[in-house]
Structure formats: C-alpha cells, structure tokens
Design a protein around this ligand. Structure first.
Ligand code: WT7
Length: 653
C-alpha cells in the first residue's frame, strides 16, 4: 500500500447525492439493512426498469447454495429498457457515437436509429430460425452493429456470449461449443491501429469444427476483404435493410440468463460466467449513474472493448439504460499518435472518460505534450478499472489529463460482479490515489484471514490485511457457471462460506478505505487482461519440446504484470532462440496475442516439494528479483535448483 496522504477532497457536487458523504452513508446503510433494503432496491429498480410484469419479491436465496435471485416473478425486456423507454423524449439524441479506427471517421446513431437497427437485426436472426432461449455467440469488432447485435439478442430473449475479437479460432471454438451456440455473429474484418483482422476467416476456422452451428451472420465492416461465403453464412448488409424496423420485445423472467462471458480462473478451461436480466441491468445502470455522476448532457466514453464485461456494462447496457450518449472507440490509444484519446475528447466534447491503468502508464511514457495540445475542458470525471492503479499513474491522470479539476473514479469490480462493487463517488468521496475507497450500494466487503477464513478485526485507526470476500448478494452477482453450478460453488462460494470470494488480496486502512493488492490465486492480470496460468501452461506443454511449465506474474512497468514461464524442456532438447520464439508463438495462437509470454526461461529443474507440487512462491520471488525474500526452501525436494534458477532469470532479464 502506497500512502495515506494526501487525501484529495471531493471535486464538484454529485447531483444525485448532493448531501455528500453523509448522504452516501445513509443510502449505503439503507441498501444493506435487512429492514430497509427491499424498499431501497424497489425505488432504484423503478427508476431504470420498465416492468412488463411486476415482480413478487425483491430478493430471495443467498450465497449458501447460490440460489440468490432478484425481482423474482417479474418480467422485463432489456433492449426495451435501453431503447424503447427513451423514444418518447430522446428519439433524436445520439445513443451511440462511433469513433472509427481512422481519426475523423466518426458516426452518430440516434436512439431511434439504434432502436430500428436493433429491431432489424433481431428480425434477421428470427428469420433464419433463431429462437428465444438459443445462445448466440458474438465475435465482432468495435462497431455499432455489435452493440445492436447484443441488444437484438436481449430483444428476442437469446442469451449472448460475446467473445473478444482478439481470441484465436481455437478459443472461439471452445466457447461456441461450451455454450452450444447454433448462431454466430461476426464481421468480415476488424480494424485496429490500421491493421486488418480477418474475423470471418477466424470464425470459419472455428465453426468448421462446430457441427452444431446453423448460421453465421456476417456484418460488413469494410467489405474490402474478399471473404469466401458458405451456405451457412448470412450477408447481414444485404438482409438487414430488408427487415422491418420493429420487433416484438419478448417478456423475459428477471432470473433468466441474459448472457454469459467466459473468464479465466486458476484451473481448467475458461468458464462461462452467467448473469441474469433484471439484477444485472439494474446494477449496470445504477453504477453508471452514481459512480460517474452521469448527467443528461454527458458524452460518456468507456474505451474498453465490448468483448469484456467493462464493455457490456459501461459501453452498452449501463449508458443506454440511462439514456446517455455512449462512445464506441474502435482504435488503440497510440494510433495514429499517443494523443488519440485526447484528440477524441476534444472533438466529441467527452465529459466522462473511463480507461485502464495500463493505458495510462503507456501514455505517461510519452510525456505531457500529447495530452496538453488537445482541449480537455469538457472532461468532468475520469474513471479507471482493471487492476490496482499505482499512485504515480493516478496523479498523472488527475493532474495532467484532468488538470486537477476532474474527480477520479477508481472502480474495483470483476466479470463476476457485473458492475462496480467498490469505488469513490465523484463529488462525494475524498479520494486516495491507489485506493478503490468505499463499497457501492448493496455491497458488504469483508477482509478475511486467508488461512482461517475468520474476519480480520478492524476498527478506526487500525489496518486489516487479508483476502477480500463479499458477504451478501447484490443484484448483479453472477448466478452460476454455465452448465456447471458445482464449479461455481467451488470457485466462489465454498471457499469462505457463506461469502463470495473475489480471489483478491485487500487491505482496509485506518480510515476504512479499501486497497486491492492483486490476485491471490493463479490468475494473472496483464494489461488488464485476465489470464489463467493453467491456460498458458497447457498451451506450452502441448508442444513436444516442453516437458513441464510453470507460469507466474511478475511486476511490469506498463502491463502491471508480465507473464513469465519457466520451462523444463523434454530430454534431449536444447534451448535455442528459435525454439523460444516458436513457444511464444504457440501460446499466442492457442489463446491470443495478449497472452504472449514476456519471459520464457528454460531451467534444469523446477522447484518442487517432495510431493511434486511446484512452489510458485519461489518462482514469483525470483522473477520479481526478490531472491532475498524466498522464505523457507527446506521443504523443496532439491534445494539446489534455486541458485540455478536465480542465475538463469538474471540472464533472461
Ligand atoms: C480483476 C477482475 C472488472 C472489469 C475489468 C476486469 C482486478 C479490476 C480493479 C481496480 C484493483 C482491480 C482485480 C479483479 N481489478 N479493477 N479498480 N483496482 N484491481 O475484469 O477480467 O473480471 O478481472 O481485475 O484483481 O479481481 P476481470
């Protein structure tokens, strides 16, 4: 933990919480107190959800067996809450502002246009046989059609499974198979930083191994790339304009599955985290409104990708349910130059800007000039998400990007939480650089001792260190792992019963502020991407030259964590630069370019206990150049491997 001082005073006044910290505390209490919480959530849901059928109970069940449910008995349609609801007053307001890869090529779509477009896509899906309850996999770039494809799914009651368009064909195939999708949406190509990604080709490679897929709906991004079409393909640029711009909005039960999103854990294959309609939508919408003090004239830019949960909650569903103008950014922060974000802020008068610490650190390296040459006077709120932000990056974001005039929202959450679970509220919460500050409404954090599972005692003026659990279900707590509730229980709910376990380490400081210290499980967070060490290892051992592999994260200036893989090579194989390059390529093509190892270190032997368990703690310390803090190494089967390891790592770094 970095520092307690200085504490930055709240900036401005939160228009929905004008009474500041005192009002937040009252609202927070109301949101968790058993005698008032139902009324709190009833009032909130009335603001954001148009019920088709009213619900019978606000919440039931809990974390003991994972039967937590919200707004039980109610029916709603998410696309209607995001679009139809606003048509009477905001038909002409810009809903989606698309900033294309090439600067200057932006496009604005009004609420009416997005409504019509969504209905047309929904009708095209139906025309080809897609029915309520069918899973639809979406593998698409950052273009408005992607948001409309997602909204079309929710309109006709099809759970979507969006797969980030940086994943390889194998990863896409695994996800299509796991969700048993018969329908896949893709685009001819994607554009990023002037590069062309041949999405249709990758989709074909994946779908050729998926006999269950009936149709591939192909949207047009550029139309330049002559992609071969198959009988199963639907040319959406030809079909969509023929469709009727109205489509019935299915009445969906609050607790039916709205979407799954695959995410990495410490073991096995990525799992399909499942969210349900009402609770997810409410929490995405509420957090967008409160965490960013959203106002009607805001231009809201979350520069994540819709392939991750951040894009689901804060590009599509949260902003649209609020009737806001949401920016979709197709490019990368350094294209064509490192001033791209700020040029975009100036052009579109962006008022809320939301990015990740890794992007902030990467841009910091170019100095202040690319920021300062663009007009950022429209900015009011700056958000960050994805990993702990180091105070230095926080201060640069605050002082240079925000001219010390914008509130910073360091939002802590996960794919599984659906929306922010801890964050300062602009104009309300005094900010400490590097701390995600205080819990959001309905969220009850507990700092637990990792071994005993007991809550670590805390009182004002004291610190508590441990692992972070959340005590009671909030509306958007994920409901299950798709097709495997046992795995859901084992991963999240059985570890520290009856709490939800986040997998993160945490400190609660003298003022009751929370500081996330990073994952305590075998999950890496590299440039805000979450990668399971097991996934990287299985890609490596699939290569005949590798006998065993152990992957760990180590501190990296830009990425937060770099990926370091220790390798025991197969007997008779000698290491060479060519082999290491090939192995990097093997991981790239098995998972995706973002999972490319930073360091590959062949070693004579991995440090193992007598029972054969790899001691990752030692590998982490060595990679972090903290070999003076190795701790007890006497339990190793062969302690002599340690000095060899250290020598090898020094050589590689
Ligand atoms: C993990 C979740 C939630 C959207 C992006 C990533 C880390 C996320 C913060 C933050 C400290 C953070 C945690 C968490 N994390 N935001 N503000 N401060 N750590 O979603 O891929 O599900 O990853 O990201 O370690 O567990 P995800």
């Amino acid at each position: 933990m970095a520092e307690l001082k200085p504490v930055y005073d709240p900036i401005g006044q939160h228009h929905a919480i004008p009474g500041g910290l005192k009002q937040y505390e009252e609202m927070y209490k109301e949101s968790i107190d058993p005698s008032t919480r139902d009324e709190f959530w009833r009032k909130q849901s009335a603001q954001f959800i148009d019920w088709i059928r009213p619900y019978d109970r606000v919440s039931t069940g809990g974390f003991a067996v994972g039967d937590h449910a919200w707004f039980v008995g109610g029916q709603l349609n998410v696309s209607a809450c995001c679009l139809d609801r606003h048509l009477a007053t905001k038909a002409d307001k810009t809903a989606i502002l698309w900033e294309a890869d090439e600067p200057g090529q932006s496009k604005k779509l009004s609420y009416l246009e997005v409504f019509h477009g969504t209905c047309r896509v929904a009708n095209a899906l139906k025309l080809h046989g897609c029915r309520k309850g069918d899973f639809v996999t979406i593998y698409m770039p950052m273009m408005p059609d992607t948001a409309m494809a997602m909204l079309a799914c929710t309109r006709i009651g099809c759970p979507h499974s969006v797969v980030f368009a940086g994943f390889t064909a194998t990863s896409l195939k695994d996800r299509i198979v796991d969700s048993q999708s018969k329908w896949v949406c893709t685009a001819d190509v994607g554009k990023r930083g002037s590069k062309t990604i041949k999405l249709k080709e990758i989709t074909d490679a994946a779908v050729n191994d998926c006999p269950n897929v009936e149709r591939v709906f192909v949207f047009k991004r550029t139309g330049e790339h002559g992609v071969p079409y198959h009988a199963r393909d639907v040319h959406m640029d030809l079909v969509v304009p023929k469709m009727r711009p109205y489509c019935h909005a299915e009445a969906m039960g609050s607790e039916e599955t709205m979407f799954t999103l695959y995410t990495s854990g410490s073991t096995g294959k990525p799992k399909g985290v499942a969210h349900s309609y009402a609770g997810y939508l409410l929490f995405a919408a509420m957090t967008t409104k409160y965490s960013f003090d959203l106002r009607d004239d805001d231009v809201f830019a979350c520069v994540a990708d819709v392939g991750w949960i951040t894009g689901h909650s804060y590009i599509v569903y949260g902003p649209l349910c609020n009737g806001a103008t949401t920016v979709m950014f197709e490019s990368v922060p350094t294209y064509p130059d490192p001033g791209r974000y700020w040029q975009m802020v100036a052009t579109h008068k962006i008022s809320v800007f939301y990015t990740a610490p890794t992007a902030i650190r990467a841009l910091m390296a170019y100095g202040d000039e690319p920021v300062k040459k663009h007009d950022r006077s429209s900015l009011r709120i700056l958000g960050t998400v994805g990993e702990p932000i180091n105070p230095e990056a926080w201060r640069w974001y605050f002082q240079v990007v925000g001219d010390s005039k914008c509130a910073i929202a360091d939002t802590y959450w996960q794919t599984e939480t659906g929306g922010h679970v801890m964050t300062p509220l602009p104009g309300v919460t005094p900010m400490k650089p590097g701390s995600c500050c205080l819990p959001f409404f309905g969220v009850e954090p507990k700092v637990l001792d990792a071994q005993s599972g007991q809550e670590v005692a805390w009182s004002k003026g004291q610190r508590a260190d441990g692992v972070l659990a959340l005590a009671k279900p909030w509306p958007s707590a994920c409901r299950t792992v798709w097709g495997d509730h046992e795995r859901y229980m084992a991963t999240y709910l059985d570890c520290y019963k009856p709490y939800y376990f986040t997998g993160d380490g945490c400190t609660k400081d003298e003022d009751g502020y929370y500081w996330i210290t990073g994952r305590v499980d075998d999950v890496l967070n590299t440039s805000g991407h979450r990668i399971g060490t097991a996934e990287v290892e299985s890609a490596l051992v699939a290569h005949p030259a590798v006998a065993q592999a152990a992957t760990i994260g180590y501190p990296h200036d830009i990425k937060g964590q770099g990926i370091c893989c220790y390798l025991e090579l197969t007997k008779g194989i000698t290491e060479s630069p060519e082999l290491l390059k090939e192995l990097k390529g093997a991981v790239r093509s098995a998972i995706g370019p973002f999972a490319t190892p930073d360091l590959l270190i062949p070693v004579a032997g991995l440090p193992k206990t007598r029972s054969g368990k790899i001691m990752r703690r030692i590998l982490r310390k060595v990679a972090a150049a903290e070999e003076d803090q190795l701790g007890d190494v006497t339990t190793l089967a062969d302690p002599s491997v340690v000095p060899l390891l250290i020598a090898k790592v020094k050589q590689a770094q």
